[in-house]
Design a protein around this ligand. Structure first.
Ligand SMILES: Cc1ncc(COP(=O)(O)O)c(C=O)c1O
Length: 286
């Protein structure tokens, strides 16, 4: 039985109830995080809490809880859910209002909801056991504030369905200038001529915690040349490797784009080494 947290209470997920007047339900007026935890140990929890603060600022929502309070909630949830390999979903919405109105209501309390779900232990970088992804490409049709980790994910959901309807598992998104932004639920890295490239952060991309960890691990443990800047469609389509990054996947190899193989259509050796660094050092960044 999954134990959830809702506004100060720990209770079975099936008993957690939220009013339909919650602005998260009516407007998608909230922000969230997904934090991985393996055998009771979270990965980069402070980076997630830092981003949560930025997201809260981005939607002008203040909460009374400190980072210590939030960490305490995460720890208790992990314990109460058996401490195995878990993803922790944490969502904060503006709360329940009497009237449905667009403007922020005064004097309402935020709703804080969290629960855990089982996740697979991440890869150690072995190419034989890698979980590979096929992708399609689309023009990024989401909103202009993708740097906020908002619960309003309909744009991402619709893009993900475009991938699924085309028989793929993720979608690589390009802006109006044909530059790579990200994927529906991941950031993206490419390898070209033995060098690593990932788009710079701006309002068109979520500042992924895994992206940040990957850049730090590559900087600390390799002598690879890593470029953070514009990545063209042409560069993606001719890359020797493409990786997706997200908290529950860490790095995942993309083996096809729009039906064409990436490189030799198998997980590449740069991916293998980079994912190996996660395997060795993921808990160093607490
Ligand atoms: C749109 C989008 N970009 C990137 C990411 C990767 O972020 P993180 O590495 O923090 O999980 C996610 C994760 O959910 C996402 O939804």
């Amino acid at each position: 039985m999954t134990i959830a947290y809702l506004n100060g209470q720990y209770l079975p997920l099936s008993e957690a109830k939220i009013s339909p007047m919650d602005r998260g339900f009516l407007f998608g007026d909230g922000v969230y995080e997904v934090i991985p935890s393996y055998q009771g140990k979270t990965v980069a929890a402070q980076y997630h809490l830092d981003r949560l603060r930025h997201s809260l600022e981005g939607i002008q929502l203040c909460i009374a809880l400190s980072d210590e309070d939030l960490s305490g909630i995460l720890q208790l949830l992990i314990e109460r859910n058996g401490g195995g390999d878990l993803g922790i979903y944490l969502q904060i919405t503006r709360g329940v209002a009497e009237k449905r109105q667009h403007a922020f209501p005064e004097h309402i309390s935020p709703t804080l909801f969290a629960y855990t779900f089982p996740i697979n232990a991440p890869s150690d970088g072995a190419t034989e056991t890698a979980t590979c992804f096929t992708t399609v490409t689309r023009t990024d049709g989401r909103w202009d504030r993708c740097h906020i980790k908002s619960t309003a994910l309909l744009g991402n959901v619709l893009h993900m369905m475009e991938a699924i309807n085309d028989g793929a598992e993720e979608v690589l998104l390009f802006n109006e200038s044909n530059l790579l932004t990200e994927a529906a639920a991941c950031n993206v890295f490419i390898v070209k001529d033995g060098q690593i490239y990932t788009p710079e952060l701006d309002h068109q991309k979520l500042p992924g915690v895994t992206r940040r960890l990957c850049l730090e691990l590559l900087e600390e443990h390799t002598d690879w040349r890593v470029h953070v800047g514009p990545v063209t469609r042409e560069a993606v389509m001719s890359a020797q490797e493409v990786w997706l990054s997200s908290s529950t996947k860490e790095l995942a190899p993309v083996i096809a784009i729009d039906g064409k193989p990436v490189g030799d259509g198998k997980p590449g050796r740069y991916w293998s080494q980079a994912q190996r660094l996660f395997h060795l050092y993921r808990f160093d960044k607490r």
